[in-house]
Design a protein around this ligand. Structure first.
Ligand code: CA
Length: 367
């Protein structure tokens, strides 16, 4: 969390806690708000299928850490998508206070809040390293909180998928023309860019992806990365596995908390949730990286699939179509434009630094 957010959300509470804790005996009445014997039984709903590895499991691990650190004063029962409410009603359920917490990703609410997409991922956008720098220390989280404020929802970054894979195709992609007329499961802004390239983006739930590809109802699909893609068996349905995931270069996952529920918590419990979310943000990303590197090795050992990089020309064309798409969205929507400009301003500086730090270092291996 950056300093302004810390000052705004956590420090006032901590000061209040300190003042009341240090106050004389005759002011004990003012301690009523900090009743350490009070327990909170909260519900969290997620957008993930039951038992979904890493993502649903990470949300459950977060809840367990909060319970342990609060000595059982806050108990969060985690429900997968559809167990309590439909997956894509998570944001509304938190907004309306039907439940206290949600876990998902901000681009799921693009229909309601288009600019929220900048807090998950955008095509050719920042990787997890840049996103964490922007959100925690570059003003991104403050903007995110402003965007969710009218909905009485407080967001926290909680997890990241890492750079995704480009997807599974039933034919080789040698030029942008090869995308024309292709039916591909690719959601969000990536889907809009794909349509600009002449493709036909299709929306499908995760549970339908394998069958659609296997039966040639679609020609291609993206999903997540090697680990989740392998579990879904996608290598049995298409032979060409492309990288990188230009459309999702590191999707930020979010914890959402109902504002009224948050305000009802004592400052120590707010601090526990804040830091448990920061901790799980890195735990989930690092687990994803570990599982992906292991699954990639297994997929590389298979002779029946080809793992290939999109041609440079295809990536360059998709990147310029992304810039057009974002400019069109910004021209039509001032709220989108405001967040886009803030994102781009940070991103330009991040690009300059990355070029001489991580990118430059990693290029050594390729020489
Ligand atoms: Ca994806």
């Amino acid at each position: 969390m950056s300093k302004p957010a810390f000052l705004r959300y956590v420090l006032p509470g901590l000061l209040a806690l300190l003042l009341t804790a240090c106050g004389p005996e005759d002011q004990a009445g003012s301690n009523a708000a900090i009743d350490s014997s009070k327990t909170y039984n909260w519900k969290m709903v997620t957008t993930w299928p039951p038992g979904f590895p890493v993502l649903q499991e990470g949300a459950e691990r977060f809840a367990e850490h909060v319970r342990a650190m609060s000595n059982g004063r806050i108990n969060i029962k985690v429900y997968a998508g559809g167990e309590l409410i439909p997956a894509l009603q998570t944001f509304d359920a938190v907004s309306q206070g039907t439940v206290e917490m949600g876990h998902g990703s901000a681009y799921y609410w693009a229909g309601k809040v288009p600019e929220a997409q900048f807090f998950s991922t955008v095509p050719f956008g920042m990787t997890p390293r840049g996103m964490n720098a922007w959100l925690y220390h570059g003003g991104g989280l403050e903007l995110w909180r402003e965007v969710y404020e009218p909905f009485h929802v407080i967001p926290f970054p909680l997890g990241n998928t890492g750079v995704q894979m480009g997807g599974w195709f039933n034919k080789e992609i040698n030029s942008v023309e090869d995308l024309e007329g292709l039916k591909m499961r690719i959601p969000g802004l990536g889907g809009k860019v794909f349509a600009k390239a002449g493709g036909n983006p299709v929306l499908l739930a995760g549970s339908e992806v394998y069958t659609a590809l296997e039966r040639n109802t679609i020609d291609a699909t993206e999903w997540i990365g090697p680990y989740h893609d392998q579990r879904l068996g996608l290598y049995r349905a298409a032979k060409h596995y492309y990288y990188p995931g230009w459309h999702e270069p590191g999707t930020v996952l979010e914890l959402t908390v109902n504002k009224r529920a948050w305000d009802s918590l004592t400052p120590d419990l707010q601090a526990i949730i804040t830091h448990a979310a920061e901790s799980e943000n890195i735990l989930m990303l690092s687990e994803m990286e570990q599982k992906n590197l292991a699954a990639l090795k297994e997929l590389q050992a298979r002779d029946d699939i080809e793992i290939k990089r999109f041609p440079d020309d295809v990536l360059a064309r998709l990147q310029s179509m992304t810039e057009e798409t974002l400019a069109e969205e910004a021209a039509a929507n001032p709220a989108f434009k405001r967040i886009y400009e803030a994102y781009q301003s940070f991103r330009n500086k991040d690009d300059a630094w990355t070029a001489i730090s991580e990118k430059s270092y990693l290029a050594i291996e390729n020489n």
